[in-house]
Ligand binder design. Sequence first.
Ligand SMILES: Cc1ncc(COP(=O)(O)O)c(C=O)c1O
Length: 492
Amino acid sequence: MINKSDYKNIYEQDMPLASMMNRDMYGIIKWCTPSIHPHVSRINGIYDNDISISYHSLGNPSINTGIFKKAHNLASIAYQSEHTLFSVNGSSGSNFIVLRSLSHQLKKVHMLAQRNVHKSISVAAEDYNIDINYLQPHYDQDLQIFIPNTIEEFVDGIKKHPETNVVFISNPTYEGLSIDLPRFVQRIRKINPKIVIFVDEAWGSLFPFSDKMPTSAMQAGADICVQSTHKQSSGLQQTGMIHWQGKRIDEKFVMDSYKSLITTSPSFHLLASLDAARFLMQTQGENIINDLISVADKLGNELSKISGVKVIDHDFITKKYSQVRFADKTKVLVNIKGTGIPGYEIAKNFESEYKVILEKYEAENIFFIAIMQNTEYDAIETTKRLKECIEKLSKKNKRSKIIFPDFPLEIKKSLSSYEVINRNIISIELKKAIGLICAEDVVPYPPGIPLIAKGEIISKEHIDYMNAIKRLKGLISIVMSDDKIEKILTVK
Ligand SMILES: Cc1ncc(COP(=O)(O)O)c(C=O)c1O
């Protein structure tokens, strides 16, 4: 017979994730995705009302019929596209759908891309034999963020690689930096009107709904884009949209990839949450965005009162980098170098002791996103807790110093990633790998952007950066084959 107190232990041991969700997800302040408006229409009965495509009269999402087609069409009006599809595997899944469809339509894709691509792009490129030429990136080593490439760098890239038939850009960047997208589109069209412009707009789902946001990919005239509705626009986790327009995209290839890659059992709750999110943004988007900016402003003003804490002014970034036309004001980047405490220690402590979750942290910076659940009270309370957290950590004798090398920027491509798979691959000690061709993507989180991509030459700077992460013992993670960060896969 199990006694009553054992139930708790059984629950925690046997269902760690389920018990955590039912126990711990209360009373926390979140400055991270998903952004869910308290008044977005709720989809009821997550267990009781779930259905499947066996309910034939509703239509079928994967071939875009019935009620799904109706919802997609309404979304395409709201997002100003010609076609829209809902995704239940975030922008990660949408990027696969788009790249599969382009590789079938164009036969061979030669893609010019900014370096700060999400891993779904690099992995899909490998799977679909896509040749990617990355532009040399810009990275602000103090703010620890990627800075977009200039439009002229893209133009030069096309001249250097005249075979380019797709130009890819993540716009805005994770931290909300956006280029002048309409000019970018015009400039590329002028050089070669056949080139497909594909925008990863995972962080731009708010853009079509306010003048305080930059021009969206569809408004700017891009051909196709993906968005993560769950990140900033009230869709449930995993939800996103694919939008496209114009003649450069052949609908039959997109539909074939959508049908092939989307699960045959998509959650109707997730799909319906996209319909509700679209309606909310279409009817209330402008006010909601004003509220988000005002909460973010409040947070920035409050945090800047803490000694050693510097809230980065958006204008500072747009003035420093002329290619940055716009910075998303719902995002708050905070440099904490002046406190002497590493960002990863602050973030870890803030989460475990103070129940405040940040979107991202680096060695010298922490990053907040104002989401639709946040209030001005959260801004005041977060500041109070952060001040206390920093004071407590300052008194600790044994705390780590901020020592972190610069993020290595030089890219030396030797092979395309899909060519690496057919070579002999060996795992080798880090220090012996300098000068060899890397046979895996090495991706530190944060920032989630490849430090080395498959097919590139490994440098001493890469190894120094990996060793710095290794010394942090898990405070910053790195995705690679050897989780002990001792060996790396190379081409023999
Ligand atoms: C630029 C970019 N693209 C795609 C993704 C993947 O989005 P999702 O989490 O919706 O799959 C991310 C995730 O952070 C991202 O930053």
